[in-house]
Design a protein around this ligand. Structure first.
Ligand SMILES: [Zn+2]
Ligand SMILES: [Zn+2]
Length: 431
């Protein structure tokens, strides 16, 4: 019996967004749309499901997502399908599939929606989570695009009320300069191999840059002496990063050059960035997660066969940003309560209620009701709970006389109004 009830719970790490929480989500959606309008990003929606290949090659076989975090299953026709773990690869898939370069480059796109990763749920980490992201696909890798994406996200976080925003930025080079750095890194870690965590021992063979990403204490210690990629990047990559930083300075966006910042996906090159906040939660601790992140992904476009295309983008983690917003103690203002509560008493009135309410709504009057409750007292209580200023009371007598009672719920006074004049009477009061 117990296990059956358990089966009727939401899947592990996948939450419901309940009505009281929707205020925060509305605020996010509104501000994401505002940012998109302001900086001219057009919306794109891709399916929640993609073929596994879309991610396997592009994110890299030796990344956490592809290795262990994807929800993969076989369709009846034998295709391997995945619940999307991120949105950039599907967007590039769509860009190539539909030849979207015809819309003109640079193409600025934004999205908002859920992603899925099979992770151990913990603070700020869920199996279903939401991201809102901004992408710029262009014909070259002009650093101004990296800066534009970062500034868009920075301003969005500011408008969402996130305090003490801290932007970490780095360059992870290109395919010309990165192999050298990789060699140096392997060299540095070689003698310590036995002391590193199991994952890092494997990473050292498959994807050594990701050693810098490990959260294990011992691995962290070794990281502090590791060679710095910026010392080894080619002059093109270092010039590229310098330009991005200059654009940020010109736009008064503070940043912190983070020498060991790498991102967990293979498709990034040159610019990578993460946003944190130095604000604290209710227990007085700092949030131990990035609230937004992104980077340049020129090779991703290449992998999908897009010619002469470059891309850069980033996304906010919505659940994480909401957690930060909640800790700030400022609750977004709720939508205004309705002024008019409709009450019907008796069967005859109830029968006529829906059509009457519909005609009032058509006249622009916002009506709340709880017609399923029959007693006058219960409906008045509901009106009180709703915070309505006025109640309309419609009973058998009123049906017969084609009138209705308008009760002022604040003062307790009431008047009878003919139905014909009701809209005008209400509009007068609601002004
Ligand atoms: Zn380079
Ligand atoms: Zn490690």
């Amino acid at each position: 019996m117990k296990s059956k009830l358990h089966n009727l719970q939401s899947p592990k790490g996948m939450g419901d967004i309940l009505p009281p929480d929707q205020l925060w989500w509305e605020k996010i959606r509104k501000e994401v749309q505002y940012a998109a309008d302001r900086y001219h990003f057009g919306r794109i929606d891709t399916p929640l499901l993609e073929r596994a290949e879309v991610f396997e090659k592009s994110l890299g076989e030796a990344t956490d997502i592809v290795e262990k975090q994807m929800f993969v299953f076989k369709s009846r026709s034998g295709d391997r399908m995945v619940l999307r773990p991120e949105a950039t690869a599907p967007i590039v898939r769509s860009y190539v599939q539909h030849g979207l370069s015809h819309l003109g480059l640079p193409l600025k796109l934004f999205y908002i929606g859920q992603m899925f990763r099979k992770e151990q749920p913990q603070a700020g980490r869920f199996r279903q989570f939401h991201q809102a992201g901004f992408e710029i696909i262009s014909s070259d890798d002009d650093p101004i695009y990296d800066a534009q994406v970062i500034i868009t996200i920075y301003r969005l976080l500011e408008r969402l009320g996130v305090k003490d925003i801290s932007l970490h930025i780095n360059s992870i080079g290109c395919r010309i300069c990165r192999p050298n750095y990789r060699k140096k890194l392997v060299e540095y870690y070689k003698d310590a191999t036995a002391k590193l965590c199991k994952d890092c021992q494997r990473r050292l063979r498959e994807n050594p840059l990701r050693l810098l990403d490990c959260k294990n204490d011992i691995c962290q210690e070794y990281k502090s002496g590791a060679p710095i990629i910026l010392n080894g990047v080619c002059s093109y990559c270092s010039k590229h990063l310098k330009s991005v930083l200059e654009y940020l300075e010109d736009s008064k966006v503070d940043y912190h050059l983070d020498n060991y910042l790498v991102r967990g996906l293979d498709y990034y090159n040159k610019t990578v960035f993460e946003f944190f906040t130095d604000a604290v939660n209710k227990e007085g601790n700092k949030f131990n997660f990035a609230i937004a992140s992104g980077g340049r992904y020129d090779y991703l476009l290449e992998m999908f066969g897009a010619r002469q295309s470059s891309g850069t983008g980033g996304a906010i983690g919505i659940e994480r940003v909401i957690e930060v917003m909640k800790a700030s103690g400022k609750v977004p203002s709720s939508r205004k309560k309705s002024g008019v509560f409709f009450i019907s008493v008796g069967e005859t009135a109830k029968k006529k209620s829906l059509s009457l309410i519909e005609s009032l709504r058509n006249s622009g009057i916002d009506i709340v009701e709880s017609l399923g409750k029959d007693s006058l007292a219960a409906q008045l209580r509901a009106a009180d709970k709703e915070g309505s200023d006025y109640a309309l009371i419609f009973g058998q007598k009123e049906v017969f006389e084609e009138s209705i009672i308008i009760r002022d719920l604040k003062s307790g006074t009431q008047e009878v109004a003919p139905l014909k004049k009701l809209v005008n009477e209400l509009k007068k009061r609601l002004k």
